[in-house]
Write a protein that binds this ligand. Structure first.
Ligand code: GDP
Length: 296
């Protein structure tokens, strides 16, 4: 299960409180220390942890006693609310274009699951909105990526636009013309990734952005990379106006640091999470549900 280490640690820290009839300041301090350690071990950004603990203490010590909850339950409720807040409070949806097609550009480092996520997102839109997406193969440096996208297209019965052309911006332009002709309601653009952020990659993505004017620029990051994912997000966001994050490989993430810090560090909402390799393993992200899941 995702976040099992963090879940276990937090539940243990809070369990000590639930049995008590009355909670002292020392109890709160003890629980806060354990929560702090649990979050740091989960690889949550230290500043985010610091603010979080400060807020928990403030709320827990200042709270009027609610008759219906015992003190321990009140602290759990506070932690639950603060975790939710840290991950963005409300679920964020994709931006819709006023006229079809709505354009979604996917960016990210190589191996994070970008191409797979293009397929998952197409599948999600078909299932939830009966959408008719067109996919554009913009990762031209890795021939395998184009084949991979074609295969995904076949599996989903979705058209894939590709072209033997070294100018990606041109490919995207032609793909968009095709989508307009065919009245596709969504266009999802796969782009090239590198092992790390470099100028050539960013220049290319900027050129694609100028041609496509995407309604959504989603950064795909691998949850298992923890805080490094937040750094990647900051790097991409400097050059591109990212609109949101897709956090992949959550199924393998026992720690949870990326999910918990990326919003607080970058201000960018997590819109979807990838929870497996299959095309149906994509879920919209709800901070409150995730917080409840972590607290068990
Ligand atoms: P790209 O280089 O960013 O386009 O990455 P790919 O889409 O080729 O994915 C890289 C690997 O990650 C593949 O083996 C995918 O099956 C795998 N993958 C992608 N998303 C997930 C996910 O949410 N969970 C798991 N477990 N694997 C994933």
């Amino acid at each position: 299960m995702a976040f099992e280490n963090l879940s276990e640690r937090l539940q243990k820290a809070l369990k000590n409180l639930t049995g008590k009839g009355k909670i002292s300041e020392a109890d709160i301090n003890q629980a806060s220390r354990e929560i702090r350690l649990a979050l740091l071990e989960a690889d949550v950004n230290f500043k985010v942890v610091k603010d979080f603990i400060k807020q928990i203490k403030k709320e827990a010590l200042g709270k009027e006693v609610q008759e219906s909850l015992n003190p321990g339950q009140q602290v759990i409720k506070i932690v639950d609310e603060q975790l939710t807040k840290m991950m963005g409070e409300e679920a964020v949806k994709l931006n819709k274009a006023p006229h079809i097609p709505t354009i979604i550009m996917m960016v990210g480092l190589q191996g994070t699951g970008k191409t797979t996520t293009v397929g998952k997102l197409a599948n999600y839109l078909i299932k939830n909105e009966k959408a008719r997406p067109l996919l554009i193969a913009g990762d031209i440096y890795r021939p395998a990526a184009i084949d991979q996208l074609r295969q995904i297209g076949q599996q989903l019965n979705v058209p894939v636009y590709s072209e033997d052309n070294k100018d990606v911006a041109q490919i995207v332009e032609h793909g968009l013309n095709q989508a307009k002709e065919d009245k596709n309601d969504y266009v999802i653009i796969d782009t090239a990734g590198r092992l790390e952020i470099d100028e050539a990659l960013m220049d290319e993505l900027k050129r694609i952005t100028e041609v496509a004017h995407p309604d959504n620029t989603l950064l795909v990051v691998d949850a298992m990379t923890g805080q490094a994912a937040t750094q990647v997000a900051e790097g991409f966001n400097k050059d591109l106006d990212l609109t949101g994050i897709v956090l992949t490989k959550l199924d393998g993430d026992t720690r949870g640091g990326a999910a918990l810090s990326v919003r607080a560090v970058t201000g960018l909402p997590i819109i979807f999470t990838g929870q497996g390799e299959k095309l149906d393993a994509l879920e919209s992200f709800h901070p409150d549900r995730m917080a409840s899941r972590i607290l068990g």
